[in-house]
Design a protein around this ligand. Structure first.
Ligand code: 9UX
Length: 69
């Protein structure tokens, strides 16, 4: 398993945080997601054989937020 912390732009309420959690949990290979609304981050533990950083960033962006390092 690998762990990545993504900076997530555009999260302004708990609903946003929930959307980001669900978007990342929907990616094949994701085992755990922890989102901090205060920090504007999402920490993801994932199986690198099933997904990668590009996929995780894309999931955040597709949910309407702005993923970055
Ligand atoms: Mo809150 Mo966010 O009412 O996508 S859910 S602003």
């Amino acid at each position: 398993m690998e762990t990545l912390t993504i900076n997530v732009g555009g999260m302004t309420c708990d609903g946003c945080a929930s959307k980001v959690v669900h978007a990342l949990e929907g990616v094949d290979g994701v085992a755990m997601v922890q989102v901090s609304l205060e920090k504007g981050t999402a920490t993801v533990t994932y199986d690198g054989r099933s997904t990668n950083v590009d996929d995780l960033f894309a999931a955040v962006d597709d949910a309407g937020f702005d993923a970055g390092y």
